[in-house]
Design a protein around this ligand. Structure first.
Ligand code: UDP
Ligand code: MG
Length: 141
């Protein structure tokens, strides 16, 4: 069980003015923010980040969307962080997301679903490393 996970506030949520409200949800759920950056992902970065999905039919749509505007990338800390964050964001498809989850409240559609969460400890380490160097992660507070 890892105490870190990787999260993103996706371009739809930033565009729709939900970035602050989602940061509030993160803090209210007792995650510590170890690192946060507002970036505009390139298409190539999005393709690299989502390489595991490259054979899926939604790959082009997903990587075009993820490079369409600002994304906030976040390294979060909490006990059992990966599953705690997946519980906080809800199901991939907002129509299946539980009440009170971020995707239920802020997602636009299956593709434009407001937030990302790493799906395993192993991937959280890889994904944090994709956007942050170690000395950008501030854990002493
Ligand atoms: N996605 C999509 N169509 C699908 C499944 C996924 O556009 O049928 C997008 C959606 O933005 C999702 C991302 O691809 O968040 C990654 O898919 P994954 O199955 O890993 O879902 P997640 O881990 O984000 O819940
Ligand atoms: Mg996933």
């Amino acid at each position: 069980m890892n105490n870190r996970t990787f999260a993103m506030i996706k371009p739809d949520a930033v565009r729709n003015g939900h970035m602050g409200k989602i940061l509030d949800r993160i803090i209210e759920a007792d995650f510590k923010i170890l690192g946060a950056k507002l970036i505009r992902m390139t298409k190539a970065q999005a393709e690299g980040f989502y390489a595991i999905h490259r054979e899926r039919p939604f790959f082009q749509e997903l990587t075009t969307f993820m490079s369409s505007g600002k994304t906030m990338v976040l390294a979060l800390e909490k006990d059992d962080a990966v599953s705690a964050w997946r519980d906080t964001i809800g199901a991939t498809n907002p129509s299946e997301a539980a009440d009170g989850t971020i995707r239920k409240d802020f997602a636009t559609s299956l593709g434009e679903n407001a937030v990302h969460g790493a799906d395993s400890d192993e991937n959280s380490v890889i994904e944090i490393g994709f956007f942050f160097t170690n000395n950008e992660l501030i854990s002493n507070q």
